[in-house]
Design a protein around this ligand. Structure first.
Ligand SMILES: [Zn+2]
Ligand SMILES: [Zn+2]
Length: 236
């Protein structure tokens, strides 16, 4: 039982350190390439860090419990030997995880923009005006649970190699930070090319923070296109 709590604590620390390292790196980069971008936002950034660290526990405790159950009792469909499934499943499972997480995010995000839910929960995320690199996990605890518990639930249903799961979490972390950074880090030849019509980067999510009722997606724009909620790119 001790090892269960240790695992939950360790995972919370890992998520918190991962957040501080990634957001810290991109905040530092912002000071280098866009000096003054976060001027006057010190109080807001403190708030973003506090909420994000609370979210780290909400992400970390279930992840720790699952990691413990995986090790001790073979819970979940996470596998360690890449040959347990056909090799083509490695990239397919990676993409499938991103697509499913994006779908979950799009619809729950739209729900959170209903006026009552927005006031009670999602308003905290939008209190960042404009968001900074520290806003990646700036969520009300209920929103953190809605956003953060999806992948822990998915590992019980869809098989994934542990390395691919690590890659999914890396993409989630980096895009969560860079999408809120307040400037576009990806080159114009990606953002303004055909691929950019389908992929979400800071230029897309920044418009969500400017106009609220549009651009709800997480990684991909197809739900926004299909539901006519895509209002194009902003120039952060
Ligand atoms: Zn946001
Ligand atoms: Zn929103």
């Amino acid at each position: 039982m001790d090892s269960l709590w240790l695992s939950a604590l360790a995972m919370t620390v890992i998520v918190a350190v991962r957040y501080l390292a990634t957001s810290g790196l991109f905040a530092w980069l912002t000071h280098r390439v866009r000096p003054g971008r976060y001027a006057g936002l010190e109080q807001q950034m403190r708030r973003e860090i506090a909420w994000s660290l609370a979210s780290a526990a909400i992400y970390g405790v279930p992840a720790g419990v699952i990691a413990w159950g995986w090790q001790k009792h073979g819970w979940t469909r996470i596998y360690a030997d890449p040959r347990d499934y056909p090799l083509w499943w490695l990239p397919v499972s990676f993409l499938l995880y991103l697509l499913l997480h994006d779908t979950w995010f799009y619809w729950t995000h739209r729900w959170m923009h209903r006026p009552k839910v927005f006031r009670a929960i999602h308003g905290i995320h939008h209190a960042s005006r404009p968001p900074t690199a520290w806003a990646a996990m700036n969520f009300h605890p209920i929103e953190a649970a809605i956003v953060g518990l999806f992948i822990p639930a998915l590992v019980f249903v869809v098989p994934i190699h542990v390395g691919m799961l690590g890659l999914v979490l890396l993409v989630m972390t980096v895009m969560g930070v860079t999408n809120h950074m307040g400037w576009e880090i990806f080159p114009r030849r990606i953002v303004h090319a055909p691929a950019g019509k389908w992929l979400i980067t800071a230029s897309h999510h920044h418009r969500h923070h400017e106009q609220y009722k549009c651009n709800y997606g997480l990684y991909f724009r197809h739900w926004d296109h299909l539901c006519k909620t895509d209002k194009g790119l902003s120039a952060p």
